[in-house]
Ligand binder design. Structure first.
Ligand SMILES: NC(=O)c1ccc[n+]([C@@H]2O[C@H](COP(=O)([O-])OP(=O)(O)OC[C@H]3O[C@@H](n4cnc5c(N)ncnc54)[C@H](O)[C@@H]3O)[C@@H](O)[C@H]2O)c1
Ligand SMILES: [Zn+2]
Length: 354
């Protein structure tokens, strides 16, 4: 049955003891496993073992880093290892990594013997503010993203900003784009704070994003309605990402979503949903932190836009802001309006360059 409950998120400053208590319930778990990728095994596992002594004797299972390894083949390998090491439904899986590991780890745990308990310890800003929150998991199938997955919730999620010290600037920006999105769709004060001070790696900023995403998920756990507002910036963002990848010129998810949010804000203005000064504030803030060193045309992106699974019956579907802090979903838009919005994004780039 659908309930509004989702699992707790503990932060280091006030939740470290809760996390230690969960791990030390020695009777609760017969074995502890830690799932890492090759980077988090090197950069994050030693700190985890220092932080929580229960993990120092855990069995470590590692997957090669990178999105291309978020596959059913890798899940199968980890299931085999869990069986070889005698894992049961009373064992605990700790997913220590970015969104790749929290996604595949939750998928593995949810299906192993019809469900073993798991904890997320996100180590990228994107996983702390987005991927490890909200109970969705998935793996990729062939070249298609997130094709097989479930809804399920961890025992808890533990957020510790110390993990961010070894993360690259580009990876940090991937999380920051989602945090700006949270402000735009749900909380104007939070957006204005981020816009002004740019302190996006502080525990307070991350906590605000976690609260916003959790509140939205609680209203619509299974992504049938209101949760769709989290797609703001992603319709054009995903199309851009696919188009650039097809041209062997990959851009990061954060940059694609940042560009997508600018275009989709212009779209909201053309639909008379958003006031122009608000769209300008969104654009100015995003351009302060993100630079866009690529060009694209409406023609080159068209087929990738229509591939989006949200579109039907000749209509493109968007989640668009009505003002900074409030967003609507399932808005049907004509292709010509999308083209105008994309032109508004690309034209300032052309004039800047000239
Ligand atoms: N389930 C959801 O709701 C949801 C939401 C958003 C994204 N996602 C998924 O999340 C994934 C993207 O997540 P991501 O951006 O975290 O990617 P990622 O997990 O691939 O991590 C990015 C890179 O950073 C490395 N890394 C991780 N933590 C590190 C650390 N502390 N220090 C140094 N290096 C570190 C990783 O090894 C990897 O090379 C995608 O698969 C996406 O589909 C899921
Ligand atoms: Zn995203």
């Amino acid at each position: 049955m659908e309930t509004s409950e989702i699992s707790p998120v503990w932060f280091k400053s006030d939740g470290r003891q809760h996390m230690a208590d969960i791990l030390s319930k020695s009777a609760a778990y017969d074995k502890i496993f830690v799932l890492c990728d090759t980077n988090t095994e090197k950069f994050c596992l030693p700190y985890l073992k220092e932080l929580f002594k229960e993990t120092s004797t855990a069995t470590v299972l590692a997957i090669a880093a990178g999105e291309k390894n978020k596959t059913t083949d890798q899940a199968q390998t980890i299931w085999q290892k869990l069986i070889e090491h005698g894992a049961t439904r009373q064992s605990l899986l700790i997913n220590l990594g970015g969104g790749m590991i929290t996604d595949i780890g939750a998928f593995i745990a949810t299906l192993f013997k019809r469900g073993m308990p798991y904890i997320h310890i996100p180590t990228t800003l994107l996983a702390m503010t987005d991927a490890a929150i909200g109970g969705k998991n998935a793996v990729n199938v062939l070249s298609y993203k997130n094709q097989a997955g479930t809804f399920s919730f961890p025992v808890c999620t533990y957020v510790d900003t110390a993990f961010l010290k070894t993360l690259s600037e580009n990876e940090l920006k991937n999380g920051f784009a989602e945090m700006l999105k949270h402000g735009i769709i749900y909380d104007k004060n939070y957006f204005m704070q981020l816009a002004e001070n740019g302190h996006f790696t502080s525990e307070d900023a991350i906590r605000s994003s976690v609260e916003i995403k959790s509140e939205i998920v609680k209203k619509d756990k299974y992504d049938r309605a209101e949760r769709k507002i989290l797609n703001f910036g992603h319709t054009i963002g995903h199309a851009l990402e696919s188009m650039m990848a097809a041209n062997n010129n990959e851009i990061s998810h954060g940059v694609a979503v940042a560009a997508g949010m600018i275009c989709e804000s212009h779209l909201a203005v053309s639909k008379k949903m958003l006031a122009e000064p608000e769209a300008k504030k969104i654009e100015e803030t995003i351009r302060k932190y993100f630079s866009f060193e690529f060009t694209f045309t409406c023609d080159s992106i068209r087929k990738y836009l229509w591939a989006d699974k949200k579109n039907s019956a000749g209509q493109l579907k968007f989640s668009l802001p009505e003002k900074i802090g409030k967003c609507s979903y399932d808005i049907s838009v004509e292709e010509s309006s999308v083209i105008n919005a994309i032109n508004k994004f690309t034209i300032p780039e052309i004039s800047n360059a000239g």
